[in-house]
Each structure stands twice: as C-alpha cells, then as structure tokens.
Design a protein around this ligand. Structure first.
Ligand code: SF4
Length: 357
C-alpha cells in the first residue's frame, strides 16, 4: 500500500529532491515573468537541450519585453529558426506588443488575464503565474500529467481534456503554499528526470512512497493514451531559381504550414499531379514562367507535427517579373539573417548540393 497522500509530506519530499537535483538551466537564473514566458513557449514540444542555445541567443538580442515589442517580426522568426512551431514566435511577438501598447509594459500576474494573451494557453498561463508570480496553481503539461496519473493511478487516457482537468484538480491541493513556483518546476523536473515515459526510475523517486501506480506495479500501463490517428502524408515540390548568384525565396503566407518563414517557391502536389507540374505552379503563382523543364535535383523527407512530407526539389530557369510582395532574391551570406525553418534549410541545402542548371 502506498502512503496516504499528505500534501505537506508530498511537497516537502518533492522540494527537497528538487533543491538537490534540479538542473542548472538558463531561465532559472534571474527569473522574471518575461524570461519565464519565453522559456515556457520555447519548451513546448521541444526538448530542454535544444532550447538552451535558442534561449541564450533570444535573451541576448531581446533582453526585455520592450526590446521584443520593438523588433520586426522577421528578426524574431530568424532567432526562432529551427525551433519549429513558428506560430509560438509570432504569438510571443504579438503578446509583447500588446503588453507594451495596452498593459503598461507589464505582464499580468493573474492566470485568467495571462490566458487572454496571444498564444498563451492554460498550461503557459499557469506556469507563468506560478513560477514568476508565486501564484498557487499547478501547470499540467504532458510530463506533469504523467506524474500525476501514476501517483493517483489514473487509468483513463491522459490526453483526454476531461481526464487532464481531473488530474489538475486533484493535483492542485498538493501545491506548496510557500513555494508554488518551485513546486511546479519540481513536478516538471520529476517528469523529465525520474518519472520517464518508459522505465521510470522509481528507486530514485522522492515521492515513490505515495505512488499508487508503483504499488500496483502498473507504471508501464499508466498513463494510458488514446491511439493517435496516422499522420497525413503530403508531397511537396520546391524549386530553386537563381539569378546573378541570388536565390529566389518566398515567405509562407499566414495560416499555412511554416507561416512567416522563407522557403523555396513551394507547392503541395494535388492528387495524381506530377511533381514537375506542381513545381511549375509554384512559380506561376509568383508570375514566373519556366524556361524548358524544371530539373529534379533531389528528394527529401521531413516530419512535421501533424504530417509527414516528401519533397521533390527542382532547379529551373524562369522568365517574367515577380508579381507578389512576399518574394525576394537572397545572397548566400544573407541566409543566416532571415527566418528559415529546418525544412526550408533542408530544401535549400538539397538544391545547393546539386550542379547548377
Ligand atoms: S514512483 Fe516511479 S512511477 Fe511513481 S512517480 Fe515516482 S518515478 Fe513516477
């Protein structure tokens, strides 16, 4: 039988472990609401090791919310390039502007008010409220949901919103009244270091004595997840066009995959459509006509969150004048200063590795 779940004993054991074992992460130095918000948004769907250098670069360039609000979106996206989920960066930038223009330059401390900001969901609002403002609230992301499900032996799938809400409600009374921000971070740290998705390190766990899943030898079946539908597979065609040593790039429109980032002219292939035809369409959309036939120079695969992509990369010569605003000719040495996604970079590298048409 696990020990009865005493909130005080649970928090004491967890926080003592956190004080001993917590990782030295840059956002834990000089914490404030802005740094917490940036780190929490960067950490969504991304592992800590990947975020550390991005966070350092971002803070060096935008040390305050005001500095971020004053920046151009392109510059923000450039510093986010490669981190994925570019809507997070655009929303963060919008939030900075809104807070500076309408809220006196200070992020609100209230969870409900934080939730009104662009891109700030329930988890992020609770994380900022707890960590930056010591509000007694429990942010529940995937890691924390897993820990709670095991402690409480919740056998229903934790990706169901109602189950997640129930876990949060049951976890909330455990939050330390004295150190709610550290408690939140300790729960996240426990999920990252100890209560791993597979093979949790129960012998090292500071709260093992409270864990019902461990007592029932059910840590491998808890948490349960609903089966995810298979990812959609898409086929894309991208075209490298060069003029006087410059490469033609287009900015992905709002509301599309990789919105706001720059890529080779790109089209998704329609059902049964040949890649060459899609490549022509990508250029026709810009007002350009292909001379001869686009030359296939490579193929690559890329995994996005909700879809897998296969991309055919072409090179082509073109005629005509560009008829859209979001297109530009870019020198090789300028590529580092514009927002490119990992996928965008892969396509450019693929084109550059090929011989000139
Ligand atoms: S005892 Fe094991 S399963 Fe339970 S919370 Fe700790 S690490 Fe997770």
């Amino acid at each position: 039988m696990p020990a009865a779940l005493s909130a005080l004993a649970f928090a004491r054991a967890l926080l003592a472990w956190y004080d001993r074992e917590k990782r030295d992460l840059p956002w834990r130095h000089k914490p404030n609401a802005y740094r917490t918000l940036v780190s929490e948004l960067m950490l969504q769907q991304t592992v800590v090791a990947a975020v550390v250098p991005y966070f350092a670069r971002f803070m060096a360039r935008f040390p305050t919310l005001q500095a971020l609000a004053a920046a151009r979106e392109d510059e923000v996206l450039t510093l986010w390039s490669g981190l994925g989920y570019y809507s997070r960066a655009r929303n963060l930038h919008r939030t900075a502007r809104l807070v500076v223009d309408e809220l006196g330059g200070k992020l609100p401390s209230d969870e409900a008010e934080l939730r009104q900001l662009p891109g700030v969901g329930a988890y992020t609002a609770a994380a900022v409220a707890a960590i930056a403002f010591s509000r007694r609230t429990l942010p529940v992301d995937g890691n924390v949901a897993r820990v709670l499900a095991r402690i409480l032996s919740e056998r229903r799938p934790i990706d169901r919103p109602a189950v997640r809400a129930g876990l949060r409600a049951q976890g909330q009374p455990l939050v330390s009244a004295r150190r709610p921000g550290d408690f939140a971070q300790a729960m996240m740290e426990l999920g990252a270091l100890c209560c791993l998705p597979r093979n949790p390190r129960c012998p090292q766990c500071p709260v093992a004595r409270f864990c019902r899943a461990r007592a029932a030898r059910a840590t491998s079946s808890i948490p349960a997840r609903t089966k995810r539908p298979a990812k959609r597979h898409i086929h894309l065609a991208g075209v490298a066009v060069e003029r006087q040593g410059r490469l033609l790039l287009v900015r992905r429109p709002a509301g599309t995959l990789l919105a706001g980032t720059w890529v080779l002219p790109l089209q998704e292939m329609r059902d049964g459509e040949a890649a060459t035809r899609a490549a022509r369409r990508a250029l026709a959309d810009l007002g350009l006509r292909v001379e001869g036939t686009p030359k296939l120079v490579g193929e690559l695969r890329h995994v996005f969150t909700h879809r897998d992509a296969t991309a055919s990369v072409f090179r082509a010569r073109v005629r005509g004048r560009i008829a859209v605003a979001d297109a530009r000719w870019v020198r090789g040495d300028e590529l580092a200063s514009i927002p490119l996604s990992t996928f965008g970079r892969k396509m450019i590298a693929c084109a550059q590795a090929s011989a000139t048409v």
